[in-house]
Design a protein around this ligand. Structure first.
Ligand code: NAD
Length: 229
C-alpha cells in the first residue's frame, strides 16, 4: 500500500480531511501534519469520537490516522524559531514541529512516503485589500501559503519513493480579481502555481516525483469562514 503525509488537517471540515479520507478509502496509510496551535483540540476531538461520523469510509470502516505530527510550516528548522514562539504556551507542549524535524521524524518512524499533500494557507491580513496590506502581512502570506510548499517538498523529497506524487491546493484568485481575498493571498496563490511548474520540472527529473496543484472550488472550511467566504 501507499503511505501519504497530509499537511494541514486540524478538523473534519477542510480539504485536507477530505483528501485524507479519499486516500484512506483507496487503501493508503494516512499520516497528518497539524498546525501546532490547533493540535490539542484536534487530538482531543478525535479521541472523544467527535469525528467518528465523518471518519466513515464508503466500506463502512472508519479512517485511521496512523500518526499526527505537530507542524508549523513557516519554520524550516529550530534556528528559525523566534523566542516568543518557543516560549508560547501553545507551542511549548510540542517538540520537533519545524518542517525539517517533521520530515526527519517521518523518516525515522516510517522510512518513506509515496504521497505528499499540502493543504494549508495563512494570510494574517487576508481581510485587507492589497492596497492596505503591510509588507509584513504580504510576506507572511507568502511564507505560510507558498514557501511552505517549497520547504515541505524539499525536505520530504529524499524520503519519497520514485513514482510518488505531491499536490497542493490553489485558488482562482491567482488569476482573477476576487474581492475579499486580500492580504497578498492572490499573490501567494500565483507564486504557488508558478512554483508548481518549476518544482514539477525539478522534482520530476531528479526524483521521479510528480508535482501538481488543484484550483479548488469554494468549500466552507474553517479558513473560508474566517474570511467570510
Ligand atoms: P482549513 O482551515 O481546513 O485548512 C487550512 C489548514 O492550514 C488549517 O488546518 C490550519 O491549521 C493550517 N495552517 C495554517 N497555518 C499553518 C502553518 N503555519 N503550518 C501548518 N499548518 C498551518 O481550510 P481549507 O479551506 O481546507 O484550506 C486548505 C487549502 O485549500 C488551502 O491551501 C486553501 O487556500 C485552499 N483552498 C480553499 C478553498 C476554500 O474555499 N475553502 C478554495 C480554494 C483553495
Amino acid at each position: 500500500g501507499k503511505r501519504a503525509f497530509v499537511a494541514g488537517v486540524a478538523d473534519d471540515n477542510g480539504f485536507g480531511w477530505a483528501i485524507a479520507k479519499s486516500l484512506a478509502a483507496a487503501g493508503a496509510e494516512i499520516l497528518v501534519g497539524t498546525w501546532v496551535p490547533a493540535l490539542n483540540i484536534f487530538e482531543t476531538s478525535l479521541q472523544r469520537g467527535k469525528f467518528d461520523e465523518s471518519r466513515k469510509l464508503p466500506d463502512g470502516s472508519l479512517m485511521e490516522i496512523t500518526k499526527i505530527y505537530p507542524l508549523d510550516a513557516v519554520f524550516d528548522n529550530p534556528d528559525d524559531v523566534p523566542e516568543d514562539i518557543k516560549s508560547n504556551r501553545r507551542y511549548a507542549g510540542s517538540t520537533n514541529w519545524t518542517v525539517q524535524e517533521v520530515a526527519e521524524s517521518v523518516k525515522r518512524d516510517f522510512g518513506s512516503i509515496d504521497i505528499l499533500v499540502h493543504s494549508l494557507a495563512n494570510g494574517p491580513e487576508v481581510s485587507k485589500p492589497l492596497l492596505e496590506t503591510s509588507r509584513n502581512g504580504y510576506l507572511a502570506a507568502l511564507s505560510a501559503s507558498s514557501y511552505s510548499y517549497v520547504s515541505l517538498l524539499k525536505h520530504f523529497l529524499p524520503l519519497m519513493n520514485p513514482g510518488g506524487s505531491s499536490i497542493s491546493l490553489t485558488h482562482v484568485a491567482s488569476e482573477r480579481i476576487i474581492p475579499g481575498y486580500g492580504g497578498g493571498m492572490n499573490s501567494a496563490k500565483a507564486a504557488l502555481e508558478s512554483d508548481t511548474r518549476v518544482l514539477a520540472f525539478e522534482a520530476g527529473r531528479k526524483h521521479k516525483i510528480r508535482v501538481n496543484t488543484i484550483s479548488a472550488g469554494p468549500l466552507r472550511s474553517r479558513a473560508a469562514k474566517a474570511i467570510g467566504f
